[in-house]
Ligand binder design. Structure first.
Ligand code: FE2
Length: 374
């Protein structure tokens, strides 16, 4: 076939590849540095008006010659089939389209659908690491069990799949009742479902919480799937959903040494309009700007969203035991805790937490999967 573009029939389906796309993805050593996937050519190096003038089919490949400069590119058919343009999706695995949305009822441990893994097996077996990290990508969290309840171990858990994101709270932070807390997390109060650090840009996308000591009473952990809740809001009240995706909500955090601010919508959409992130933290919301009508509309939508997130049927309740470490997607899963007792004689609740990022986790998972298929 000759013509401006390439058409290829794969499994009875006609795939169409624009000439300019093919040319930009030419894998020849003139176009890609050998031994890497790094392109050598800039878009402005490409001649204007490239067109396919000759197509030669071989067993597993297709060679294409382009006008006006007779450049020749050879593509493997399987690569073309896998990369075919025209497929939907944002392509980064981060939107609701690539997730399995859940309600607690879907994650009954009896059915084996509750995402958990044993830390010794995780360390030992790549298949267990793939399962655990895959759960964070798909469901938004995994509960690792049997992580030694020693201070500092949470950093090793983060290092097992990525890089610790250091913040003003340190490389790790202790979550326990403090005498003069600068953050309500460091008290014994109940804390409603929230995401952490919405006042940072970029926000830390993974959070870890490792239980060193459980409270004698209370201090239970709750998790809510923010993407499932956002989908429910969109279905029930599209107007509120739209308002929350369009209004930049200001967040801030201030203490003696720190002053952080960021403004982002409470529900973030991808360029294709799919849910890609949620931020929700009443403690650190700051005064909204905008027209009086816009502000009133935002508050109505915000209240609706808060009520939906607080529905008891959405909250998965867990009681972390010493050695449990939760790893969760802080752009999707909200976390909460009940108040806990501080009475003399009852053990003092102590968790250690740290932040990391989803890109590192996704990279580790991809490399593990690559090695598994070798
Ligand atoms: Fe938190």
């Amino acid at each position: 076939m000759t013509g401006p573009d390439l058409e290829l029939t794969v499994d009875g389906q006609v795939l169409r590849f624009p000439a300019v796309w093919l040319r930009d993805n030419c894998p020849c050593p003139e176009c890609v540095a050998p031994g890497t996937t790094q392109k050598l050519k800039d878009i402005t190096d490409m001649p204007n008006g490239v067109a396919v003038t000759l197509t030669e089919h071989a067993a597993g490949s297709v060679a294409v010659t382009f006008a006006p400069d007779q450049h020749r590119s050879t593509f493997s058919r399987s690569w073309l089939a896998a990369q075919a343009p025209g497929r939907d999706g944002d392509g980064d695995g981060r939107t609701e389209d690539d997730k399995q949305l859940w309600l607690p009822a879907d994650l009954d441990p009896e059915t084996g659908r509750f995402p958990q893994a044993s830390w010794p097996r995780y360390l030992d077996q790549p298949a267990e690491r793939i399962r655990a990290l895959g759960a964070v990508r798909r469901l938004g969290f995994v509960l690792l069990r049997g992580v030694p309840a020693e201070p500092g171990t949470v950093l090793g858990v983060a290092a097992s799949f990525g890089y610790v994101r250091e913040t003003n709270y340190g490389r790790l932070f202790d979550v326990r009742a403090e005498p003069a807390p600068g953050n309500l997390a460091f008290t014994s109060r109940a804390i409603r479902p929230h995401t952490d650090n919405p006042y940072r840009d970029p926000v830390p996308t993974v959070q870890l919480l490792h239980c060193l000591r459980a409270a004698g009473q209370g201090g239970d952990t709750g998790l809510v799937d923010g993407f499932a809740a956002a989908a429910a809001l969109r279905a029930a009240d599209p107007e509120s959903f739209g308002t929350l995706t369009r209004t930049p909500a200001p967040f801030g955090y201030i203490d003696k040494a720190t002053e952080l601010r960021a403004s982002q919508p409470l529900i973030e959409l991808s360029p294709r309009g799919r849910v890609r992130g949620v931020r929700f933290n009443n403690r650190s919301m700051r005064p909204l700007r905008g027209s009086p009508a816009g502000i009133t509309a935002f508050y109505a939508a915000y209240r609706r969203w808060a009520e939906l997130l607080a529905e008891p049927a959405r909250q998965l309740n867990l009681r972390l035991a010493p050695g449990d470490c939760l790893v969760f997607d802080n752009t999707r899963v909200l976390h909460a805790r009940t108040a806990f007792g501080l009475s003399a004689g009852s053990p003092a609740r102590h968790l250690q937490g740290c932040y990391a990022d989803l890109d590192g986790l996704a990279s580790t998972l991809a490399v593990l999967k690559r090695e598994e298929t070798r």
